[in-house]
Design a protein around this ligand. Structure first.
Ligand SMILES: CC(C)(COP(=O)(O)OP(=O)(O)OC[C@H]1O[C@@H](n2cnc3c(N)ncnc32)[C@H](O)[C@@H]1OP(=O)(O)O)[C@@H](O)C(=O)NCCC(=O)NCCS
Length: 205
């Protein structure tokens, strides 16, 4: 479906760009482009490719179950989901190569007073099993503990989500415990596993 929208002059900027308070004096866009050699992380834009990857992601049962993107099943819902990426306490990236959009990695609930944030991620199914999510998380860790000057990152996942648990453990996040009955899905109260990495912990991978 063609969406006829003016292209932003700087393609990776969200249309209603806002800077986080602690980044206001820097010339960087709110969601800076990050690279690691295998992929480029860039902010979401209202482009056909971004909308299409959200719609595809929402069709994957694991993403639909474990990520907010699961509710964005139509192009209109995908557009709304992309717009909600642009909130002051969030940095949200698409994982891209020169030819494809592979998935998503994000920092949510960024609190510059305590220097903490929570990681989120998903990959389209065909891109799993190659270490891409781990590598994207590593790239975001460098940004979070570097220029953003955070001191603690958390990964919270539903207790049955073994793939997310493995990723957290592989990246050296300490398992801090289970938040019992932390949220409700499909009418059932569910547990979350909490993992955390401090800027002062030994580097991983
Ligand atoms: C969670 C999710 C992103 C993990 O994806 P993934 O590809 O398994 O994660 P990683 O990037 O850590 O890759 C690990 C796999 O790549 C392999 N791998 C290959 N090269 C690697 C490398 N250089 N570095 C690390 N792992 C590598 C690992 O051996 C492992 O393989 P395995 O699947 O046989 O165990 C994915 O399952 C997903 O999108 N799930 C649905 C959404 C979701 O649950 N999101 C999290 C909500 S909390």
């Amino acid at each position: 479906m063609a969406l006829h929208r003016p292209q932003p002059t700087t393609p990776w900027l969200a249309p209603n760009l806002r800077y986080l308070p602690f980044m206001r004096d820097t010339p960087e866009p709110k969601v800076p482009e990050l690279t690691n050699g295998r992929f480029v992380l860039r902010g979401w834009i209202l482009a056909d490719a971004d909308i299409a990857v959200v719609v595809r992601a929402a069709q994957d049962p694991d993403i639909a179950r474990y990520s907010s993107v699961g509710s964005a099943k139509t192009p209109e819902e995908a557009e709304r989901w992309i717009r909600t990426r642009d909130v002051p306490d969030r940095l949200d990236w698409v994982i891209t190569t020169s030819t494809q959009l592979l998935g998503r990695v994000s920092l949510a609930h960024i609190d510059s007073t305590d220097g903490v944030a929570e990681l989120g991620y998903w990959l389209l199914p065909e891109h799993r099993g190659r270490g891409l999510a781990s590598a994207a998380v590593g790239t975001v860790e460098q940004h979070a503990f570097g220029p953003v000057r955070l001191g603690r990152l958390t990964i919270r996942h539903e207790s049955q989500n073994d793939r997310s648990c493995l990723l957290a453990q592989r990246r050296g996040y300490l398992t801090e415990g289970t938040a019992r009955g932390a949220f409700v899905r499909d009418g059932q109260r569910r547990d979350l596993h909490v993992h955390a990495l401090l800027a002062t912990d030994s580097p991983s991978l």
